[in-house]
Design a protein around this ligand. Structure first.
Ligand code: SAH
Length: 542
């Protein structure tokens, strides 16, 4: 029986959706972070539960061929890059496999996902960072990320997933905190001012937003801070103070005060311009988001006449990128600032066939149904927890022809797809999209359709079989070839078989691949003709 502090050597066979390696020891499942499928490792068991145990790697005895040397100096301490020690191509395979398994396990759907889509880079792809801030014993600001399963801040000067210039932002804060003795927030006492530094970049326009999250009403020496930030980063478009005085893990409070600029940044995505406020959701990986939206657009299959319902629309991005090919777009989003952005974004892009509703998605869907709205296509892109049963029920009653479901968690996606298929929707296909390289979780876009199943089926035919007629259905060309090879030790071509068949009157046409014009058609030698005749007799075709 496994006990805490045991040292065991095991093989790692697979990995969880959070990137933790999984092995078996005497029938017990053992999880170990920073291991890779194919590793043989020595683990120190740190936790034993009735059904599983957790180990910490002491030594990699035989490394998996998937292993690479992590590039980040704080890889192990930070834990954000769950796949940082695995070759990126292998990470993509693991993520695609996990999507497939979730569909199988949670939706009962056996299918081969479309090839996983990945963006141009697995580094520096993020356009957003939320750095927690703490003080060390010398009153210096630690600015970085929480260590795994804790709220201890690991100082990180430069995260390889973030744009390089984010480092300049955190450097300004480090100096400012030290110089002006700014207090940092302590979760245990709920005292101290500076909680988080939240940075966002519009990668296509280069605009930068810095949001200072505080436990208080104002920031001392803020003019000095604003000056330093603008001096270090001339592309700063907005500096915002966000007040969060609650005892909560949620990073942002509800109140934003603009200290500099207009309070938002504008990015370009899929050829459109989008204003993004600090409280509004915006996809963190710009380039891969474009690929995701293209796929969603392909699945929506719009021809200009459709009403499209864009539930959980954020700043309206998905719906607005489809507006030109639809009759009307109705977006629904719960965060008021995001809806304000969405309305403004429609105007900015001269889109006049989109309307936006600020409400809970389930409630709005119910009201739209009562209004008599029948969407042709529904796009749903909920947060990780997925959709409520009520929303799926209402959606089913609204009866859209197609549902395009975008999800950052294939487990809740599969759960919801199971419900929709029980309502009668047909699952068509799904494509995993690696929106978060090196980090756990994989985006997936799935297509469901209300149509009855296709009345035709596709059958793959070997070209050599195309010539068969009713009279010769008894044996295929391949069976004849196999028989001749087996019985007479001769290899015969489809052409020779068809020549013999034609001679025997089984087929009227000559072989399909008879050369036209100049090329001479080889004639079946006597020995092979006899062998083929024997096969035709054997199969009672003559
Ligand atoms: N489709 C958008 C946003 C997706 S993120 C995009 O691609 O950018 C999910 C969005 O759902 C967030 O904007 C969040 O604020 C919103 N949301 C969360 N709960 C909601 C609810 N109950 N009703 C409506 N919107 C909700």
């Amino acid at each position: 029986m496994l006990k805490k502090n045991d040292k065991i050597a095991i093989n790692i066979d697979s990995c969880t959706s959070l990137g933790s390696g999984v092995g078996r020891y005497n029938g017990m499942t053992v999880f170990a972070a920073n291991t890779a499928p194919g590793d043989h490792v020595l683990l120190h068991i740190i936790k034993v539960k009735p059904n599983y145990a957790i180990g910490k790697v002491e030594k990699v005895i035989h490394p998996s061929p998937m292993r690479i040397k992590p590039e980040c100096p704080v890889f192990e301490k930070c834990g954000g890059c769950a796949f940082g020690h695995i070759d990126y191509e292998e990470e993509l395979k693991i993520k695609a496999q996990q999507v497939k398994e979730n569909f199988q396990r949670l939706a009962g759907i056996e299918f081969e996902p479309q090839p996983i889509i990945s963006g141009p880079s697995d580094k520096r792809y993020r356009n957003k960072a939320q750095y927690p801030v703490q003080s060390d014993n010398n009153s210096l600001a630690l600015i970085g990320f929480y260590a795994p399963h804790s709220h201890r801040v690991i100082d990180c000067a430069d995260c390889l997933l973030q744009p390089e210039e984010f480092k300049k932002v955190t450097d300004v804060f480090r100096n400012w905190v030290r110089l002006f003795k700014i207090s940092t927030y302590d979760e245990t006492t709920q005292k101290g001012l500076l909680r988080h530094i939240y940075v966002r970049k519009a990668v296509n326009t280069d605009e930068l937003m810095v949001c200072i999250v505080i436990n208080g009403n104002d920031i001392p020496f803020k003019d000095e801070l604003i000056f330093e930030l603008r001096d270090a980063l001339p592309n700063i478009k907005s500096i915002i103070m966000n007040k969060n005085k609650r005892d909560t893990n949620v990073v942002l409070g509800d109140e934003c005060v603009t200290l500099y600029g207009n309070g938002y940044i504008t990015d370009e995505l899929c050829g459109l311009k989008f204003d993004v406020s600090p409280l509004s959701f915006y996809q963190v990986n710009h380039d891969t988001a474009e690929l995701l939206y293209n796929k969603a657009c392909e699945y929506a299959d719009l021809h200009g006449e459709e009403t499209v319902l864009d539930l959980y629309c954020g700043t309206g991005t998905i719906g607005l990128t489809m507006a030109k090919t639809a009759k009307q777009i109705i977006g629904v989003e719960i965060i008021p600032q995001a809806v304000e952005n969405a309305i403004e974004n429609a105007k900015k892009n001269n889109i006049d066939n989109a309307r936006f509703i600020c409400a809970d998605a389930a409630r709005a869907a119910e009201m739209l149904k009562e209004e008599g709205i029948k969407p042709d296509v529904a796009i749903i892109d909920p947060p990780r927890k997925g959709c409520s049963k009520e929303l799926l029920e209402t959606l089913n009653k609204m009866n859209p022809d197609r549902i395009v479901y975008v999800s950052c968690d294939s487990a809740t996606l599969s759960r919801d797809i199971k419900i929709l298929t029980e309502f009668g929707y047909k699952f068509k296909t799904a494509t995993p999209v690696d929106m978060f390289p090196r980090a756990p979780h994989c985006e997936t876009v799935a297509l469901l359709s209300q149509r009855i199943p296709d009345t035709h089926i596709d059958i793959k035919l070997d070209l050599s079989e195309i010539d068969i007629t009713a009279a010769e259905t008894k044996a295929t060309y391949q069976e004849i070839k196999d028989y001749v090879l087996d019985k007479h030790g001769l290899k015969v071509s489809t052409l020779y078989i068809s020549q013999v068949k034609a001679k025997c009157g089984i087929i009227e046409r000559e072989c399909y691949n008879k050369g036209e014009g100049k090329s001479r058609v080889p004639q079946c030698p006597k020995e092979k003709e006899d062998a083929i005749m024997d096969a035709l007799r054997h199969f009672r075709m003559i």
